[in-house]
Write a protein that binds this ligand. Structure first.
Ligand code: FES
Ligand SMILES: [Fe+2]
Length: 344
């Protein structure tokens, strides 16, 4: 089974994650790249190993040209490479042929997508573009690399039963009330409510951000296989779109981060944006923690209710890029309480 799904699009950055003229390392499919944003806003990516003696270009710096362009400079002997991989050798006035092959990027507004050099097999989801058009961008959080494979990372994101374990410290969730799962192939939607045990007033006064947690977390997850999950949160003050991104850096290394957008019904909602970013940071760190504490090949002999999201991930993984039997949701529309922990 292809473990990193070549042919899928990956969102490797939001432009706000790239300060102007500051090189940054991006990894995908076992390859490292240096990515940078020029003054004119153009984004570039080249293989990260300098063709002279292999120094990491991402550890170097950028030199700005007069026209808003910029070149990335190697930290070892200071050769500077332009966006196409040309350099000018010392003592020569002429630029060389390209020495590095740029990574092909697809820029949609502030979103930087790539197929990692593979032939596209499925399209870029348009959902993020829609959100960026209707919501305001709050920021990014929890950009972390986890020592785990892509499948394990995605299973965790689509596991609707791990709140009581992995996330118990933050949310104190009493139960998961699963409502429905709509399976549309590579897109799906899951709806569930999570009533929480309330924090005491004393606890809230010690940590005022807890006032922002609703008594019942109402979840609508909009899933776009394999790279994107959007958690839609609604409250009286406004709407939140917490976008979780996934990037297969290597077979056993997967990057994840969150882009947060909001639509305020009340101006205070935008002011508390940072708080939501902090919650997201905690959530992702908790997920990363448990992913590092799993035996990867241990057989599953117990199946819980509401594992339909994980069934959806496994089905799409196995049949990628095709979709077979896209109606997983039907039999799972309602939970079956009498089968709370069923033996396989
Ligand atoms: S290793 Fe990059 S310039 Fe020498
Ligand atoms: Fe989680």
């Amino acid at each position: 089974m292809p473990s990193m799904l070549p042919g899928a699009p990956w969102l490797v950055a939001h432009k706000s994650m790239l300060p102007i003229n500051q090189p940054r390392k991006i990894s995908l499919y076992g390859n490292d790249y240096v990515m940078w944003k020029a003054v004119n806003g153009d984004i570039h990516a080249l293989p990260n190993a300098c063709p002279h003696m292999g120094a990491m270009l991402s550890e170097g710096w950028c030199e700005a040209g007069n026209d808003g362009s910029s070149r990335v400079t190697c930290p070892f002997h200071a050769l500077a490479f332009d966006a196409k991989g040309h350099t000018v050798l010392p003592g020569s006035a002429k630029q060389t042929l390209p020495q590095l092959e740029p990574l092909e990027l697809i820029i949609q507004g502030d979103f930087v997508w790539t197929y990692g050099g593979y032939e596209p097999k499925i399209p870029i989801p348009i959902a993020l573009k829609d959100i960026a058009a209707k919501y305001s961008f709050i920021g990014h959080a929890a950009d972390i690399t986890v020592e785990t494979d892509l499948l394990s990372m995605l299973l965790n994101m689509h596991d609707y039963n791990h709140q009581n374990g992995t996330h118990r410290d933050l949310f104190r969730i009493n139960e998961v009330q699963f409502h429905k799962f709509i399976d549309q192939g590579h897109e799906s939607h899951a709806y569930y409510d999570m009533p929480t045990a309330p924090y005491s007033l004393a606890e809230k006064l010690r940590r005022p951000d807890l006032f922002l947690l609703p008594e019942t977390l109402k979840a609508h997850l909009e899933n776009h296989f394999p790279s994107l999950v959007i958690f839609h949160g609604r409250s009286a003050l406004g709407t939140l779109a917490q976008c979780h991104l996934f990037v297969p850096e290597a077979e056993n290394r997967t990057r994840t981060y969150v882009l947060m957008f909001s639509q305020a019904k009340h101006p205070v909602f935008n002011l508390v944006g940072r708080t939501y970013l902090n919650f997201a940071q905690v959530v992702v760190e908790q997920d990363a923690d448990i992913l590092g504490k799993l035996y990867p090949d241990s057989p599953q002999t117990i199946k819980l209710n509401n594992e339909v999201g994980m069934d959806w991930v496994r089905r799409n993984f196995a049949s990628f890029p095709e979709v077979t039997a896209p109606d997983l949701g039907r039999e799972n529309d309602l939970p079956k309480p009498e089968l709370s922990a069923q033996r396989l």
